[in-house]
Design a protein around this ligand. Structure first.
Ligand code: TYD
Length: 302
């Protein structure tokens, strides 16, 4: 494994450079579309940039996920990095996310730590409703409330931070709804994804750490923890289904989700999480292509 870089200070500058480059590519693409349009209007539509879509982002290229910069994704905000932490309850992700946050801060990164449900004024109010043990709730109401809190969190906390080119570490995000409501509550992964996308408009994290824990260990840890919320109080069968849901997502999105064995010691889990995040953010890797390469809607030009 590549040596993890000790400091990520140069990262923000490099990200900015790449984003400036991406903006240039878009402008060139637009000019190219116009040129073609003068020749034949039908061509112009083929090459016209789609508003709000980027042809590649810095991390797609640098992380090697999209070495040729051909991937497009609906991303209203191209800068910054969103990293989510997911998993069953008691998997140690909350402690791990705090450690990663402290480490990045120490390294001088511009980073924020947030959570779901919650992370903004209104979303925190929805959180209270969702986790209150005195509430009983229809499963679809529950799914809608998680989706509503996520939309609010996205627009009032996550996107503004990404606009400022910050690194956003988020304790749970969409995958939790897919696993808990989609699989755990039997509402269906596809249905929950569609429901959430009304609010998310396709916005996804750059990287997701999945803290994998078997439901038996989970139950043991939750018992030790005490003070259980409404979802924690569900039985073993529910938590097994949630776990199955996360496994399905891991298989479905291997380019985005990385699994960590959360049955290991707290220290080991924290170290692994920190190493993965640092490696992901480490821009000291060789750039996969010359910076002046032209990417035009999936076509590469010299
Ligand atoms: P929290 O106390 O934040 O739990 P944890 O420390 O395990 O993250 O409570 C959040 C609970 O809400 C947790 O049991 C998982 C559940 N949840 C969902 O069911 N759907 C979702 O979309 C999210 C974000 C969380």
């Amino acid at each position: 494994m590549k040596q993890v870089k000790k400091s990520i200070k140069p990262m923000v500058t490099r990200l900015q450079q790449w984003d400036e480059q991406a903006a240039l590519e878009e402008a060139e693409s637009a000019a190219f579309a116009k040129e073609l349009g003068d020749f034949d209007p039908a061509f112009a539509n083929m090459f016209k940039p789609v508003p709000g879509e980027r042809y590649f982002t810095a991390l797609d290229c640098v992380s090697g996920r999209d070495p040729f910069g051909l991937m497009t994704r609906p991303l209203k905000n191209p800068t910054g990095v969103l990293i989510t932490f997911e998993g069953n309850d008691g998997a140690g992700k909350t402690t791990a996310i705090e450690k990663v946050y402290e480490r990045l801060k120490k390294d001088g990164a511009d980073v924020i730590l947030t959570r779901e449900p919650g992370g903004s004024r209104i979303a925190e109010k929805i959180r209270d409703l969702l986790l209150d043990v005195n509430n009983t709730m229809d499963p679809k109401t529950e799914a809608l409330l998680y989706a509503a809190s996520r939309r609010e969190h996205l627009v009032s906390t996550i996107l503004p931070a990404l606009k400022k080119n910050q690194i956003v570490l988020c304790d749970r995000y969409l995958d939790s709804s897919l696993a808990y409501q989609g699989e755990g509550r039997n509402l269906g992964l596809k249905e929950i994804e569609e429901l959430n996308d009304f609010g998310l408009e396709g916005f996804r994290p750059d990287l997701t750490l999945f803290f994998a824990l078997d439901p038996k260990t989970e139950a043991k840890r939750m018992k030790q923890r005490g003070d259980l919320n409404r979802l924690d109080q569900e039985g073993m069968e529910f938590h097994q289904k949630v776990r199955d849901g996360f496994e399905k997502l891991l298989k479905q999105y291997p380019e985005r989700i990385v699994a960590i064995d959360a049955s290991k010691s707290k220290e080991e889990v924290q170290k692994e999480a920190t190493d993965i995040v640092l490696k992901f953010l480490d821009l000291s890797v060789d750039l996969p292509m010359p910076i002046d390469f032209h990417v035009v809607n999936g076509l590469l030009e010299d």
